[in-house]
Design a protein around this ligand. Structure first.
Ligand code: KE4
Length: 430
């Protein structure tokens, strides 16, 4: 057997980088096996250290909605680099990107650019607390908002009890004001607001949740979040780091028709470069330094190369018909997978919106995290590795969503379905 260069690199990486990766999910811990070290990527594909090609359904966890190396984006980045990498001073392009975002997210009157989704969600949380003068927040089990301390929390023992840290290094005091509720549970939501509504700064939610695979907030639940926040003077914060410009041109708020107070963005708006954002009504956003008392800052915020990459990406996704085409393509994948599983007698379901999809090895679409986690891990891992062996790269964890880009061809989708059906046949007989 020829040397597997992924293994060689993984061994070398583990000697100098914790777990050999710079973000845990990349280590394949949930599925086992050796991570594929990417050598290069183009369009819908990447090639690993052994020069094996994969159809990429992660696309950097969402940013690469155009596919890798889109010519207009490459050109914009190459041009921007020649004018300098970073200034730590304002640029016109930051205004252009801010204007482009505001034109597409009508709930925002102002926006602040930062460098990661974590930073954007953390800053939005601080702003909500500063703007309301309140300290309690609500989040939901299965939603991930980056790794800021106050958001690394799991449900307390009972409704009234506040959260417990999900990570070492987070003192219980830091999450004692975070209430973790069950997604799509209106009864719990109403009880929480009746108990704590007067002291809630915000409710933060992924309105289409991509961190428990793919779970939609029901329209009734989303509407109730909006109503209760309004009624109690808490801010409704939509974390659209993953769904923004991914599930549709106007994000999950556009799909659901619910207007949040603050929106957190990332991934697609950077086009693969470190760029994220948070925004909302002028009256709230002007609480931010240097105007207001809520401090927030960043050396590389609004970086001139990242803004060029993000702007070029947004220009492409805003073109007429982009999301109609992408939505059709993604649905052809999930419809095909559903039909293949049915033909093989495997309990399976899938859902998608725009260029984001998820699937479950069960017939009903889960409505919350606890149901998602009843998935047969061994079967998912067998599916993951079966696809990987066949050159199809899906998320190495059953709680992650999948992503289709404009570069994925009908042939790529058809080949993926054929590969999946071969594996479904083996799984159905387990
Ligand atoms: P980053 O700090 O990783 O840029 O963004 C954090 C974040 C915030 N909000 C949502 C809804 C997110 O999905 C994320 C990050 N998503 C994960 C994938 N589930 C990034 C992958 C990783 O952690 O390596």
């Amino acid at each position: 057997m020829a040397t597997d260069l992924n293994e060689t690199l993984f061994e070398r990486a583990r000697a100098v980088i914790p777990g050999g990766v710079n973000s845990p999910v990349r280590a394949f811990k949930a599925v086992g096996g050796t991570p594929r070290f990417v050598k290069r990527a183009q369009g819908a594909y990447f090639w690993d250290a052994n020069d094996k090609r994969y159809v990429d359904y992660i696309g950097s966890w969402g940013p690469m909605i155009l596919g890798h190396g889109h010519p207009a984006v490459v050109e914009a980045v190459q041009k921007a680099m020649l004018d300098g990498f970073s200034y730590g001073a304002p640029t016109e392009r930051e205004i252009e990107l801010a204007e482009a975002i505001l034109a597409l997210v009508p709930s925002m009157e102002m926006v602040r650019l930062v460098s990661s989704g974590t930073e954007a969600a953390m800053s939005a949380l601080r702003l909500a607390r500063g703007a309301t003068g309140r300290k309690y927040i609500i989040k939901f089990e299965g939603c991930y908002h980056g790794h800021a301390d106050a958001l690394l929390v799991k449900a307390g023992s009972g409704l009234a009890t506040f959260g417990h840290p999900t990570s070492a290094g987070v003192p219980p005091e830091v999450v004692q004001h975070t209430l973790v509720l069950e997604y799509n549970n209106i009864t719990q939501l109403e009880e929480a607001f009746s108990l704590h509504g007067h002291e809630l700064a915000c409710l933060m939610i992924e309105a289409i949740a991509g961190n428990m695979n793919f779970v939609r907030a029901t329209p009734e639940f989303a509407k109730r979040c909006r109503e209760l926040c309004t009624q109690h003077g808490a801010l409704l914060v939509f974390d659209e780091v993953m769904t923004g410009f991914r599930v549709g041109l106007h994000g999950a708020q556009g799909v659901l028709g619910v207007t949040p107070d603050l929106t957190v963005l990332g991934k697609v708006i950077g086009g693969g470069m470190p760029l994220a954002a948070f925004g909302g009504p002028r009256a709230i956003m002007e609480q931010l330094a240097p105007l207001g008392p809520v401090y927030q800052a960043g050396t590389l915020s609004g970086n001139p190369v990242a803004t060029a990459c993000g702007l070029a990406t947004l220009k492409e996704v805003a073109k007429p018909g982009f999301f109609e085409g992408l939505g059709r393509k993604t649905r052809s994948l999930t419809d095909g997978l559903r039909a293949a599983a049915k033909a093989e007698g495997l309990p399976f379901n899938a859902d998608s919106e725009g260029g984001m999809f998820g699937f479950f090895l069960m017939d009903a679409l889960p409505q919350n995290y606890a149901t998602v986690m009843t998935t047969d891990n061994a079967k998912f891992n067998a599916l993951f590795h079966g696809l990987l062996d066949r050159g199809v790269y899906i998320a190495p964890a059953l709680y992650e969503a999948g992503f289709v880009s404009a570069a994925h061809s009908e042939e790529d989708i058809a080949a993926t379905i054929v590969s999946a059906r071969e594996i479904f046949r083996t799984l159905a007989n387990r």
